[in-house]
Structures are given as structure tokens and as C-alpha cells.
Design a binder for this molecule. Structure first.
Ligand SMILES: *Cc1c(COP(=O)(O)O)cnc(C)c1O
Length: 224
């Protein structure tokens, strides 16, 4: 019998076909057997939001899984996660970015990251304001990074049913991304816009997302 998880992966992939966007299966709070069902359906990118949970799942899953950290990274956990992720999507401050860089250099690895942009109308969401992000790139402070590759941006829309507001938020994220590209044409491999979750990813795709992060629409509701 085919699992719902496999069916969900297959139908999401069919809907993404032709968009060029990739799918992150957000597996936080779900047990390893659920991740395995997704893996067996061909899914290779998994997103977790807590360092401990991510680290505990790595040895339980095949080696070719690409792990994305999508939640806030505390500075005291940076060393533990260094070298373990394909992408840290949730770099929400310059201080964190510099620490990630220091630890990557120390470990002799390159850490790939996205800059998290704050556009939603909620105080709880973290990240760079668009202007802060532009300041960072305008001052070319990324040139000081030694072992970190900034691959693009990540953001979340306001948690609302108002689709025009959601679309507006996604547009702001894409505009910040494009402003950085225009300002720093030399920035290589800055090509990722991670936006869109279970409830809003089709809008995100219309607004230029290249990476969607989908949890409950694959694995069902989370039990916290
Ligand atoms: C949990 C989470 C998601 C996935 O949310 P769903 O609504 O379950 O798809 C996406 N992005 C981030 C940053 C998350 O924390």
C-alpha cells in the first residue's frame, strides 16, 4: 500500500514540475519512519527547525539526504551544526552569520546559507529587515566571509487568510533579493529564494520562489 506521505510528495512534485522550484520536506516533530516514507518516494531535501532534532535524525537516514536548517539558530549551537547541513536557511543576524563563518573556517568546511528576511506583520518572526539586508550588501561586508557561501534569501509571509497581503509579503522578499543581485552582480551562486509553506506555496511560486518548504501538507499535522 502506498502511503499518504508518498502520495503527497508525488503530487507536490507533479505540481512543481516546470516551475524550476525545489521542494524541502519540513519534517520537524515527525518521526524517522515518516521521513523514510518521503525518502522512498524520492525526496532528498529535508528541513528541520531545531538543531538537536536535526542532529539526532542524521544518523537514522541515508547519507544522500540534504539537511536544511530552517529555524532560528542559537549561537551556542553553531559549532555542533557546522558541517552537517546542506543549507542553513535561517541566518537572521550579522552576528550569527559571522559566527557561522568563523566555525566553518575552523572546521575546514564551507557553510551554505540563506539570509532570512523579515517582512511579515508579526513581531515573532525574525530576520533582516529589507533595508538592513541591502545595507549589508551595499557595504560589501560579505567580502569578509572566509568559509560561508550566501546562496540567497529566505522569508515567510504573514500568517493570514488575506492572500493579497501574502502576495505582497512574497513580493517584498523577491524585491529585496533582486535589489541585492543588482547591487552585487559579482555575487556568485546567489540564486535561491526560499518562500512558501503548506498554506501559501502556490502564491510564492507565482512570486518567484525557487525553494518551497512544506511540512503539514506532506506529513500531516504536527504533534508538539
Ligand atoms: C514549520 C515551518 C515550515 C513548514 O510549515 P507547514 O505549514 O507545515 O508547511 C516552513 N518554514 C519554516 C521556517 C517552518 O518553521
Amino acid at each position: 500500500m502506498q502511503s499518504d506521505i508518498a502520495e503527497n510528495i508525488t503530487s507536490l512534485r507533479a505540481r512543481l514540475d516546470g516551475t524550476g522550484a525545489q521542494l524541502v520536506a519540513v519534517s520537524k516533530y515527525h518521526p524517522v519512519p515518516a521521513l523514510r516514507q518521503a525518502y522512498d518516494a524520492g525526496q532528498r531535501i529535508f528541513g528541520e527547525n531545531r538543531v538537536q532534532e536535526l542532529l539526532s535524525k542524521i544518523p537514522e537516514m541515508p547519507d544522500d539526504v540534504c539537511w536544511h536548517l530552517i529555524g532560528h539558530l542559537q549561537t551556542n549551537k553553531v559549532r555542533a551544526i557546522t558541517g552537517k547541513t546542506a543549507l542553513i536557511e535561517s541566518v537572521d543576524s550579522e552576528k550569527l552569520l559571522n559566527l557561522i563563518d568563523k566555525e566553518a573556517e575552523r572546521a575546514g568546511v564551507v557553510t551554505r546559507v540563506l539570509m532570512q528576511i523579515h517582512v511579515a506583520q508579526e513581531e515573532s518572526k525574525t530576520g533582516f529587515l529589507p533595508d538592513e539586508l541591502l545595507d549589508y550588501f551595499h557595504a560589501r561586508r560579505y567580502e569578509n566571509l572566509k568559509a560561508t557561501h550566501i546562496c540567497g534569501v529566505m522569508g515567510m509571509a504573514t500568517n493570514t487568510d488575506d492572500t493579497s497581503r501574502i502576495r505582497d509579503d512574497f513580493r517584498k522578499i523577491r524585491e529585496a533579493y533582486e535589489a541585492v543581485r543588482a547591487m552585487c552582480p559579482d555575487l556568485s551562486g546567489f540564486d535561491t529564494i526560499s518562500m512558501g509553506m503548506s498554506g501559501d506555496w502556490p502564491i510564492a511560486i507565482e512570486e518567484g520562489s525557487t525553494l518551497i518548504r512544506v511540512g503539514s501538507a506532506i506529513f500531516g499535522p504536527r504533534e508538539y
